[in-house]
Ligand binder design. Sequence first.
Ligand SMILES: Nc1nc2c(ncn2[C@@H]2O[C@H](COP(=O)(O)OP(=O)(O)OP(=O)(O)O)[C@@H](O)[C@H]2O)c(=O)[nH]1
Ligand SMILES: [Mg+2]
Length: 420
Amino acid sequence: MIEINRNTPERTILVALNTGDISKEETEEHLNELEELASTAGANTILKVVQHRASVDPVFFVGKGKAAQLAELVEANSIDLIIFDDDLSAIQLRNLEKLINKKIIDRSGLILDIFASRAKTKEAKTQVELAQLQYMLPRLTRAWTHLSKQYGGIGTKGPGETQIETDRRIIRTRISNLKEKLSKIESQRETQSSGRKNFITVSIVGYTNAGKSTLFNLLTQAHVLAEDKLFATLDSTTRLLELGKNQKALISDTVGFIRKLPHHLVASFKSTLKDVRDADIILHVIDISHPYYKEHLEVVNETLKELGCDKKTQLKVFNKADLIVDKSIFDFVLNKYSESVLISALRGININSLYSKLSSIIEETFIQEEIDIEISNSKIASKIYSLAEVLSTRYDDNTIHITYKTNRENSNKIKNLIRM
Ligand SMILES: Nc1nc2c(ncn2[C@@H]2O[C@H](COP(=O)(O)OP(=O)(O)OP(=O)(O)O)[C@@H](O)[C@H]2O)c(=O)[nH]1
Ligand SMILES: [Mg+2]
């Protein structure tokens, strides 16, 4: 595991490579975000280095000259740690470590480290450990360099390799144990959530630090930790949301997204993200005061796609409107994104408009229907209970009249059941 000493901030250099696919300003913004991540992990950024280069160097990631320059900067500035904004291959990592002789990590390693230090529940801890081990497995060459030093360098390939093989075997066993543990947690969740099917479910998603937990607390009087830090929330919390007109929904707050979120992390957070995958409606919170809010919005939509949630009904909630000086941005946003609302979760501005939008989406998404089934067909009746909110049942000779409310997808399922 990557250890970052949390007592004395490690003096750090951040490195980005621009291969011409994004602008200079964007690279700068990516590095600023990396600096925030680094500071969340307890590192102190001393220098930021950008290299403009047509392609990634397979040997050192940056060019050979740049790598040598990094080694000099490390010496001159007593640097402890170098963080690369993109993922390094095992070979690049090994070569850089040999050349620079300091701890080197990449963005994924940094994000995993933050998740590891923030994880509180058994579920989050298991998920993070799984992602960390999967990330580590192909990078075990570091142990080789470590051992080769211990045994005296070149010619010690034998013992080094044996050690790596042993380490790999231990890690693989641990990975399969963790996967088993997670699938148990997932099936427990399945049982817990089966009682929720009668409710409409709303899931708050968004870029990290957008204000999701602040909004969740405001809507539900919950006390989820909300702070000006990346990844303050790692778990899911669900509460009842009362929207008036007898409308009730279950709403959940969950972990935020970020660009270049490690793939293993998304995969192993599947059980935490179950609320998002099961949701009827997505409340997508965007920090409109952030200069790169449009990019954040895209990143979140991409991640939702990865989770198979891109077709769900989505209401965009542009938050932190209180920080906007140039009000013309409001018109722009409301024109560009039709299903959207502008609020300030912190100051409680325009929350009524959010309530009424949400309420009308629920009205549109959920249709009320009535169906008649034969009393002997009680199996279908119980299926309807699991697919819809049953409003009333009336018995009449051999028939049950059921009135229910459900979304279109489940409504079609019910109709198919009757046809069978
Ligand atoms: N000015 C202003 N600040 C806000 C608003 N909403 C949230 N914040 C602040 O933004 C910071 C992040 O808020 P959170 O609610 O923790 O954000 P989050 O999206 O849950 O973040 P993570 O869980 O870390 O992904 C906190 O310092 C909040 O006080 C708002 O409407 N206006
Ligand atoms: Mg949060």
